[in-house]
Design a protein around this ligand. Structure first.
Ligand code: NAP
Length: 290
């Protein structure tokens, strides 16, 4: 036990804390537990301490090094205040896992600009805001890891998920640039592209105000696609699979950039990359808009 404790504290010292946004459920929660079980000091954030209670209770019961912080990642003022406090308390942030995010559901032509902007606010701008908050210390130490949770929809866009896909495409572009910019300074950047996982994603999904308008020309397509998408999500995999990949990235000396997780994510990414674009989009239309 003493040996294990010593190993744990060495691991934490070496890497600093792992800061995970959106740790109250799904991939964030699974990653928090998985990494803490392997000796990492984990700090999970949520917009509400109440929602973090499940994670914190379980960690306490098992004496795992997890703490929580209330943080609205959409607020400049909160991020600028809370992140340095957490870094000070935990001897720095060694790993930032930008995980918090949600899906906005609805035909692109029916979304309001405000709905689209809110999608980008959380899935893109907040990840950038969090990155800015941890980056100066990482640059100073010349080490650190930033992992952004994208999606298979960061490589290809399906109908009615256009806002979400656009936000994940943007997150991937931002991450790709960041990866190269930070390369000389020893700060690593990687992107995770999960396929379908069983989390709170569907219950947290936001339906655009006009998305399910029965008079809309899209109505029959939206209904059919929605049913198929819900059925597929119900069969999603255990998010601990994503946590394992995150652990692998953190431990790797030279992590790759993109990590598709699950068969559908791999096949989707390959299809988008290797098939002629016209054929790929034809197949997408044929299988989804019927
Ligand atoms: N599940 C999948 O199949 C799947 C597939 C590909 C990618 N992803 C990505 O994986 C990440 C984690 O999602 P998940 O599947 O684990 O879903 P989840 O269980 O709904 O967890 C999402 C987390 O993000 C936070 N969040 C949600 N909406 C937010 C908002 N408007 N502002 C700030 N925080 C918000 C929530 O934290 P609080 O409410 O506690 O603040 C929640 O803990 C997301 O980036 C998602 O896009 C998921």
């Amino acid at each position: 036990m003493i040996g294990r404790r010593r190993k744990e504290s060495m691991t934490s010292e070496k890497h600093g804390a792992v800061l995970i946004t959106g740790a109250s459920s799904g991939i964030g929660l699974a990653s928090a537990m998985y990494l803490a079980e392997r000796g990492y000091q984990v700090v999970g954030t949520s917009r509400s301490m109440d929602r973090l209670q499940g994670l914190l209770d379980e960690a306490r019961r098992r004496s795992l090094p997890v703490s929580g912080a209330e943080l609205d990642i959409n607020s400049d003022a909160e991020v600028e205040r809370v992140v340095p406090e957490l870094a000070g308390r935990h001897g720095g942030i060694g790993v930032l896992l930008n995980n918090a995010g949600y899906g906005l559901w609805g035909p692109m032509g029916s979304l309001s600009t405000r709905e689209l902007a809110a999608q980008f606010e959380t899935n893109v701008f907040a990840a950038h805001r969090m990155t800015r908050a941890v980056l100066p210390a990482m640059l100073e130490r010349r080490r650190g890891t930033i992992i952004n949770v994208s999606s298979v929809l960061g490589r290809l866009a399906t109908p009615f998920n256009g806002a979400y896909a656009a936000s994940k495409f943007a997150l991937e572009g931002l991450s790709e640039s960041l990866r190269t910019e930070l390369w000389p300074f020893g700060v690593r950047v990687a992107v995770i592209e999960p396929g379908l996982f069983r989390t709170e994603f569907i219950s947290n999904q936001v339906t655009a105000a006009a998305a399910e308008d029965e008079d809309s020309v899209y109505a029959p397509y939206v209904r059919r696609y929605r049913q198929r998408s819900l059925a597929m999500h119900r069969k999603g995999a255990d998010p601990v699979r994503v946590a394992r990949v995150i652990y692998k990235i953190i431990r790797s000396r030279r992590p790759a950039f993109r990590y598709p997780v699950s068969l559908e994510a791999r096949l989707g990414g390959l299809g988008a990359r290797l098939l002629p674009e016209r054929l790929f989009l034809y197949l997408m239309g044929r299988f989804t808009m019927r």
